[in-house]
Design a protein around this ligand. Sequence first.
Ligand code: NDP
Ligand code: 8X3
Length: 256
Amino acid sequence: MNVLITGASSGFGEAMARKFIANGHRVIAAARRADRLDALHMELGANLLPVTMDVTDRASVTQALTRLPIEWTPIDVLVNNAGLALGTEPAQQCSLDEWTTMIDTNAKGLVTVTHAILPDMLARNTGLIINVGSVAGNTAYSGGNVYGATKAFVEQFTRNLRADLVGTGVRATNLAPGLVGGTEFSNVRYRGNDAAAAKVYEGTQALTAEDIAETAYWLATLPPHVNVIQLEVVPTCQGYAGWNIKRNTVTPEQTR
Ligand code: NDP
Ligand code: 8X3
């Protein structure tokens, strides 16, 4: 299989690249940091093609994908994994620039790459698109605001893809992990505050990037008549928190 993975310079994407290559497949590894991709290329060898691409930049995506060497096509599996969270503050304290970056990357970037790859999959009547969502896409939590909303977009976009693709051989899955440690996700979310990032995983046995890579590989090797639409994967130590009730609050009517 030829597998295109966005966000392959660290975390899940990097682990997925290792997993697919270890099993004899070829990986087009895309991200912005060329040095990280080159190091991965050095390590994993000729079955990895490093491709510098910023998913928020439509020209960068078009350029990267139209310049793919013919022997690296067709793409059998697209993993839309590039994404990020910025901040955990409540909405009223957030930066509009950070909100926009999350929307541009997690939602717009994902549809830009999908739009570029889908026609060829349909022409060949085969292919799998794995969109990396999150449990944050269907569970509200304080500080999740725009990040969670972008992942809700990923979930519903995947369901709507399934609605449009039914009757074709092209499959789509929303792979929605919960708490996963050992990646750069929280370091980015806490804007480089590594101590705050480490605290997220304190006292837990979080999932690892390898667990997610294992899941993605399983999805990609299911028989072609099987389409998992939605898959939530959490560590055993994670569950639902439920509604939040503040007692003795004062409503606007009471202050009038
Ligand atoms: P990492 O921060 O380790 O990896 C994120 C990857 O996305 C990096 O390779 C980064 O590469 C890439 N990326 C970010 N912005 C862009 C961009 N504009 N264009 C291209 N690539 C980009 O995080 P994870 O591996 O943990 O996260 C991967 C995905 O999984 C994300 O979508 C995240 O939201 C999701 N997720 C993570 C969870 C977790 O707990 N870790 C849980 C649930 C979902 P570069 O900077 O080189 O461009
Ligand atoms: C990351 C999961 O719950 O930390 O997508 O937002 S969470």
